[in-house]
Ligand binder design. Sequence first.
Ligand code: G1P
Length: 281
Amino acid sequence: MKAVIPAAGLGTRFLPATKAQPKEMLPVFNKPTIQYVVEEAVSSGIDDILIITGKGKRSIEDHFDRSFELEYFLQNSGKTNYLNEIESISEMADIYYVRQKKQKGLGDAILCAKKHIDGESFAVLLGDTIAQSNVPCTKQLMDVHEKYGSTVIAIEEVPDERIERYGIIKGKKIDDSLYKIEDLIEKPKLEDAPSNLGIIGRYILAPEIFDYITEIDPGVGGEIQLTDALRLLDEIYGCIFNGKLHDIGNTVDWLKSSIEIAMEHDEVKDELREYLLKILK
Ligand code: G1P
């Protein structure tokens, strides 16, 4: 299976930080956010990844490319731990790039993948969330896809005050963690939301999605919404994600996630805990 990672957005929620650098390259602790997402695809067994980029996104390509000067320097200065890490980034997967020419929304960005995908079901991973779990989120969806053969999307309960930021599903529970989806609404008002189950940005999509994307009109925000195209598919399952999600779609959530993820690193966690306690006094 191939994966598609849309990374063409303008990052307006992070301005001015994203004026001259892609939001996907903002670090969460010691890695750019997009590296976490690529790592999730790779640990799900995917080695063919298409990143949908746009203007001003060159540093994403550089990040996943080899860097001979840096490797030479690290080799000669005996910093072999960094060397191995740097080399492994460029060897993780075959990464391809295509540019979305105009920012017309997530659905339109996915449509840019049509030629590369070539008629097979494919995974989509959005970069606004880092998903941590024993079985990677995308692999959890792949397992359901293997059983049912149709489109599967990852969902999670969303608190009321966040409903308006998500695509929300309406569905019938068919087992502990699986729903048969009957409808989906992109960013509904709380009172119009059919449930509190939100789409978290991980999908296995049937290739027919491309035809439906070309059929739909612009939706919320005047954008071609993937959620609106999903509504037209015959069969979709929603799989409750089993793991921990870190939202990094806006500055405050990004900061919280950065702290949480830093706290998982033994080399900094004690110092960070002490510092946080001190400033909170
Ligand atoms: C996109 C999707 C939305 C989903 C969300 C998850 O919205 O359109 O359905 O719930 O990602 O992060 P965006 O956050 O790009 O506005």
